[in-house]
Design a protein around this ligand. Structure first.
Ligand SMILES: Cc1cc2nc3c(=O)[nH]c(=O)nc-3n(C[C@H](O)[C@H](O)[C@H](O)COP(=O)(O)O)c2cc1C
Length: 178
């Protein structure tokens, strides 16, 4: 049975909804799935899984601090173990998926792509193949202005049920590639 690890951080629930939809999709595709918050994932070894997924909201166009701290501390462990090699050779069968939720109130998706690009480096550096980066437009909870008057328009209620259903289907497709 192929295995997947999902590590996510979520303050207002958007990233959590996406993480749960991914989990459902993976499970329906027959993967064995572990899902954790950064605080619960300190001792995980990415190399124990066929697919590692990490998810964060965009916070001031950076990963959220708990996710950033987690990624950095894991990378320090792999650096010590000698897993970061010149030219970052691919390790067969080791895959990653990056997902970012964002509201894009000021400059749209440009507030999210730096987060995904940053997070993928933590996996490419240790030879994982990053299958995809997903950017999910999401309501800015606690700010009506940023949820209705921003660059992305009225984003209240996002991600919608339909958005989450699509994420689930996309997750199934990714699972079938492993
Ligand atoms: C303090 C703070 C800063 C944020 N900064 C950004 C930002 O720079 N760009 C952006 O697109 N969204 C920003 N957002 C919106 C969140 O990224 C977005 O609503 C996300 O889906 C929240 O995820 P969560 O519900 O999992 O916590 C910010 C939200 C908060 C609370």
């Amino acid at each position: 049975m192929k295995t997947a690890l999902i590590v996510y951080w979520s303050q207002t629930g958007n990233t959590e909804k996406v993480a749960q939809a991914i989990k459902q999709g993976f499970e329906e595709a027959g993967l064995n799935v572990a899902i954790k918050k950064p605080a619960e994932a300190a001792s995980v070894d990415y190399f124990d899984y066929d697919l590692v997924c990490v998810g964060s909201p965009s916070i001031s166009w950076h990963p959220a601090k708990p996710m950033d701290d987690f990624l950095k501390s894991k990378l320090a462990v792999y650096r010590k173990q000698g897993s970061i090699k010149p030219s970052a050779p691919k390790v067969a069968g080791k895959n990653a998926l990056i997902f970012v939720t964002y509201s894009g109130p000021h400059t749209g998706i440009n507030e999210a792509t730096p987060v995904g690009k940053d997070m993928r480096q933590y996996f490419e550096h240790i030879g994982f193949t990053v299958i995809d980066e997903w950017y999910i437009l999401s309501e800015f909870h606690g700010s009506l202005e940023n949820s209705t008057k921003g660059r992305m328009g009225d984003i209240r209620e996002k991600p919608t049920k339909e958005d989450l259903q699509k994420i689930k289907e996309d997750a199934k497709r990714i699972a079938s590639l492993l």
